[in-house]
Ligand binder design. Structure first.
Ligand code: B12
Ligand code: SF4
Ligand code: SF4
Length: 366
């Protein structure tokens, strides 16, 4: 079996969108990563700093690793929807069950098949949480180009996909010289793949649409201004001037991807249909159901930690913890000017972490 046949079989059997196998080289943009860390842009995401050396040398993740298989899996249209907190504006990836579980399972299945084909070799897979510069290697594997919004974009598939990786000890010399010579792992592994051209051209829609100015320059995102950072990763509450600009995003943000011309085709027919890239921010996204919105806000601001945890279990929303979800709910409540729900804020004025935000939200509703 040739390498192309192996990859094509894996793609079909596991319903992957793209899969490429490349030699493990150095990251392309480590210097930019270091500059970004040096500016402190990782904020509370201290793991990005801790993992820096592992990212610089991915061979440390798997001894004898020689190559990596990069995989993409689209989440638009959503094949695994959950029905939690549907009244709130949640980024498309988080409207599905947690990809750290199901996509990791797909990658493990892929790994098992590879272990059978290459019994004397070792493999290690991951998605998101492995200290590995996924977008850098996805670009190396020609799964897309680096968009000005920093996402990896494919000319046909757009950017609404997850990335995953399988590190492997396989290299041409080892395979062809040993018992697995019939596998025919050939020159394509040695040479790598030609990168895709940068198809952003003169477009700058993502930079224009970002409500907080987080895309400071093409391909330079400042998470400390990004809605996704403040609603998913941060434990702190966003500074006042910034939270005013969040709109009704409750968890994550898709604006810089939604306006991207390369995402219009993948978006058609998905839950996000109706996207019109020439409209003002408020009009770009489908409206949320007001009754459901109220119901969700009441739940989040009255339920116990335990009840909230039970509701979001198995979804990406778990990442924010109950206190983070309450925090996000208060900002949405203030933004949507739901004055009749103002009473929900009262009890949080006594809460050490949320008091300032509760007072701010009350003032916004006055
Ligand atoms: C930390 C993190 C975040 C942070 C920081 C985002 C960021 N842009 O770095 C926050 C919380 C904000 C975030 C948000 C999102 N994330 Co995130 N995130 C990550 C994580 C864990 C690490 C990314 C990282 O290393 N950032 C460090 C900075 C420095 O990297 P960077 O901004 O990409 O900058 C690089 C380029 O700009 C490049 N560069 C700089 N200058 C130049 C110039 C040229 C010419 C070129 C070519 C390149 C280039 O070099 C830099 C260093 O590599 C990865 C998973 C992983 N293990 O890699 C997922 C990951 C990047 N996230 C992902 C997703 C889906 C999202 C969201 C869409 C979720 C959402 N809807 O809310 C948003 C998208 C926001 C955006 N526009 O990027 C996917 C992206 C898939 C894709 N198609 O690209 C990943 C790969 C997870 C996964 N396994 O699928 N994320
Ligand atoms: S995810 Fe939202 S806030 Fe973050 S850079 Fe994109 S548009 Fe801006
Ligand atoms: S919106 Fe335009 S500039 Fe931004 S990533 Fe898409 S093509 Fe590139």
């Amino acid at each position: 079996m040739s390498i192309d046949e192996i990859l094509s079989n894996l793609k079909k059997e596991l319903a992957l969108d793209d899969i490429q196998w490349i030699p493990l080289a150095a990251p392309l943009r480590l210097q930019e990563y270091d500059d970004w860390l040096a500016r402190g842009l990782h904020g509370e995401m201290k793991y990005l700093e801790r993992h820096r050396d592992l990212k610089a040398d991915p061979t440390r993740l798997l001894s004898d690793s020689r190559s990596v298989i990069m995989v993409s899996k689209s989440y638009v249209p959503n094949e695994r929807p959950h029905d939690r907190l549907k009244g709130l504006r949640i980024a498309a990836y988080a409207q599905a069950t947690d990809y750290h579980l199901w996509f990791k399972d797909l990658l493990e299945a892929c790994k098992l098949k590879l272990e059978k084909l290459f019994p004397s070799h070792s493999f290690r897979c991951g998605t998101d949480s492995l200290p590995f510069l996924e977008r850098d290697f996805a670009v190396q594997a020609a799964l897309g180009w680096w968009g000005k919004n920093t996402c990896v974009i494919h000319p046909r598939r757009g950017s609404f996909f997850f990335l995953g990786e399988i590190l492997s000890s396989v290299e041409r010399a080892a395979v062809c010289g040993g018992a697995e010579a019939t596998c025919g792992v050939g020159t394509d592994l040695v040479q790598g793949l030609a990168p895709l051209p940068d198809f952003c051209g003169h477009c700058d829609r993502c930079l224009q649409i970002c409500p907080t100015g987080a895309l400071e320059k093409p391909r330079q995102l400042n998470p400390l201004k990004c809605i996704a950072y403040w609603t998913i990763e941060a434990r702190e509450v966003a500074p006042v001037g910034l939270r005013e600009k969040f709109g009704d995003w409750f968890f994550g943000c898709d604006l810089c991807q939604t306006v991207c011309p390369w995402n219009q085709k993948p978006l058609r027919g998905s839950a996000a249909t109706g996207v019109k890239t020439d409209l003002a921010t408020e009009e770009i996204l489908p409206s949320v159901d007001e009754a459901e919105l109220r119901q969700d806000l009441v739940f989040l601001l009255t339920a116990s930690d335990q009840e909230i945890r039970a509701l979001v279990r198995g979804t990406p929303l778990e990442r924010s913890k109950p206190q983070g979800l309450r925090r996000n709910a208060m900002i949405v409540l203030a933004h949507r000017q739901l004055r009749d729900l103002k009473g929900l804020l009262t009890r949080w004025r006594e809460d050490a972490g949320l008091a300032e935000l509760a007072e701010w939200a009350e003032a916004k509703l006055d």
